[in-house]
Design a protein around this ligand. Structure first.
Ligand SMILES: [Zn+2]
Ligand SMILES: [Zn+2]
Length: 173
């Protein structure tokens, strides 16, 4: 891992920023305020969010930034291995920070996405794709299932699109 120069006088939350700055430079990309702020917004939101939610989160700090820039930046973070893109059954994409390896479960009714932790061998799948001549292979696993809230009788169903917090996600498992 490449050593990243510390910024004097900056405190704890900067470690996230240093990781991003280091990865951007290592991959030959410029470190721009919008890249740093969008990355920070993803951390602040702390759940699986749409590009639109990220746009709303950074609107105060980056009033001139539009949806295409947010999409491009999120895709760059995914490319750098700093964020994860989850293709939802409904056809949209959700993003979260890739701070630790995990998979996802999506409720087939309310469409909420939660984290799932399990050891599975994805390398052999990627290797099979490569062996068949496919290039640039990526794999993501999303379990489709009915969440406990939607399955429960007489309980209020959460509003569609409401985000699943990481902390509550662990209780869902
Ligand atoms: Zn549900
Ligand atoms: Zn996740």
């Amino acid at each position: 891992m490449k050593r990243i120069d510390r910024i004097p006088g900056k405190a704890a939350p900067e470690s996230l920023q240093e990781t991003l700055s280091g990865r951007l430079r290592a991959a030959g990309h410029r470190v721009t305020p919008q890249r740093l702020l969008i990355h920070q917004a993803l951390r602040r939101l702390g759940r699986h969010v749409t590009a639109d939610e990220v746009l709303k989160e950074v609107a105060g700090e980056l009033p001139s930034v539009g949806e295409p820039t947010v999409y491009a930046t999120l895709d760059l973070l995914v490319e750098l291995g700093l964020a994860r893109r989850i293709a939802t059954h409904g056809g949209g994409s959700l993003y979260d920070l890739a701070e630790r390896p995990h998979h996802h479960v999506e409720c087939v009714r309310c469409r909420r996405v939660a984290d799932l932790g399990a050891e599975i061998d994805l390398d052999s799948l990627l290797e099979a794709a490569r062996a068949s001549g496919y290039r640039g292979a990526r794999v993501e696993v999303t379990v489709q299932a009915t969440c406990p809230e939607c399955a429960g009788e007489g309980r209020a169903r959460p509003a569609p699109g409401s985000g699943q917090d990481r902390r509550t996600a662990s209780r869902v498992l």
